[in-house]
Design a protein around this ligand. Structure first.
Ligand code: PLP
Length: 425
């Protein structure tokens, strides 16, 4: 194929692009947020208590008091979600990320049960799976925890490599994982990976901890989506439960801004963490916990609500993937424009451009009124060394806006790629 034909294609795409820069609205594909329809599924929460503010033990949730680990009925509900025992659960306030932050502070300043705090040593490092959740990385950065990248594979990271790393380097104090429908790769760990995670603290530093952020534990939108082996069962068998913290929340089940976050760890470690947290708060928002218990009731109640979320979410993911598949068919002479991972749950799609193009595509999309997450955000220190990854979050916009935004995105990918071919061929 002559270079002239590529130039012709570039001119045609540029003309289309120019028109798109006149689009009136800024469309936003950056935020992994539930849509208005989704949050409305739980509108019943408001007012669900009527005049009955009393917990199962008869206490009045409007007043001070109660256990720092939350209402026992809420602990039971979240134990079902996290696949562990109620005495391993602490139920907090509206964000699991706050708990995640507090747990890092706890590991650094106080220490896991029967272990030295990290700050008693000069260096402490964290293994971060990439691409990953930007806020995990900014928190580590803020707390001065050095981050080490580990690529995410199709069923989790390479566990031989992870095991070797934590064995060889005792300054590695933890690993962060989003084990089901990972943000943003959509990967779910297979059983072997979960088992290998449970073994890690046995070969790692004494104050090593697994940070298991199961934010998308029940967020599948197809039937028969891959299931996750319960980590805590495996950890108990390996004797590593006290070196594991698991997190989840109802942010993407009920109200994203007013849900309930929770964590779980071995019961001795939980007691130590609860004593630490006791000084930060007079106690969690028990009224919200009770509202959630009344609405969701148990795991079946959670799953029934999640089936209702699955309908609009699936429609949006299908639309996104269909547009990518039809608009980005490989070029007949030069090959693929990029690749992406079809997912069965979670809130994100990872799109991979050809090397060196992600930032340019994001910039082009911005010019055409489509906002994407900044280049590099899914990597520690915002460094995507190959400049290939783009995170797409299709849940929040309306379906028709997704079509416009994704068609625009595909055009930007094609334009950037053809320009690269022109310059490099
Ligand atoms: C992996 C992961 N963890 C935690 C959160 C935030 O959860 P929460 O709303 O419970 O703080 C998100 C939100 O996008 C997430 O993707």
């Amino acid at each position: 194929m002559s270079i002239q034909l590529l130039h012709d294609e570039e001119s045609a795409l540029s003309a289309q692009y120019e028109k798109l820069t006149q689009q009136p609205l800024m469309l936003n594909l950056t935020r992994g947020k539930p849509s208005d329809d989704q949050v409305a599924l739980s509108s019943e929460l408001d007012g669900i208590l009527g005049d009955d503010y009393f917990a199962q033990d008869g206490s009045d949730t409007r007043n001070y008091g109660g256990d720092i680990c939350g209402l026992p009925e809420a602990q039971q509900l979240f134990a079902e979600l996290l696949d562990c025992r109620a005495d391993e659960v602490l139920v907090g306030d509206n964000s699991s990320l706050t708990l995640f932050y507090q747990v890092l502070l706890f590991c650094r300043d106080v220490g896991l049960v029967n272990a030295q705090p990290w700050r008693s040593e000069k260096n402490y490092k964290m293994i971060c799976l990439v691409p990953g959740y930007d806020r995990h990385f900014s928190i580590c950065e803020q707390l001065g925890i050095e981050m080490l990248n580990m690529p995410m594979g199709d069923t989790g990271p390479d566990m031989d490599a992870v095991t070797q790393m934590v064995q060889d380097d005792q300054t590695i104090k933890g690993i962060i994982a989003v084990p089901r429908f990972s943000n943003p790769s959509g990967v779910t760990f297979d059983d072997a990976t979960v088992r290998r995670f449970a073994e890690l603290p046995k070969v790692a530093a004494d104050n090593f901890c697994i940070f298991w952020d199961n934010a998308y534990a029940v967020h599948h939108f197809v039937d028969y989506a891959p299931l996750l082996l319960p980590l805590m069962d495996e950890c108990r068998q390996q004797g590593t439960a006290e070196r594991t913290f698991m997190f989840a929340s109802t942010s993407k089940m009920t109200f994203a801004g007013a849900g309930v976050g929770c964590l779980a760890t071995g019961s001795a470690n939980l007691a130590q963490f609860a004593a630490y947290r006791q000084l930060m708060t007079v106690g969690p928002d028990k009224i919200n916990q009770l509202r959630h218990v009344r609405l969701l009731k148990n795991k079946s109640g959670i799953l029934a609500l999640m089936q209702r979320h699955a309908v609009p979410i699936k429609a949006k993911f299908d639309e996104t993937c269909n547009i990518l598949a039809t608009q980005l068919q490989p070029h007949p002479h030069y090959g693929a424009y990029g690749s992406w991972n079809p997912v069965q749950g979670g809130y994100f799609i990872s799109f991979y451009t050809r090397k060196g193009l992600a930032a340019q595509v994001i910039e082009l999309a911005k010019g055409a009124r489509v906002k994407l997450t900044p280049a590099g955000s899914a990597f520690p220190y915002r460094r995507d060394c190959e400049d290939v990854h783009i995170r797409i979050a299709p849940t929040f916009p309306r379906l028709e806006d997704i079509s416009t935004a994704m068609n625009t995105f595909a055009l930007c990918v094609k334009l950037a790629t053809i320009r690269q071919w022109i310059h490099t061929l």
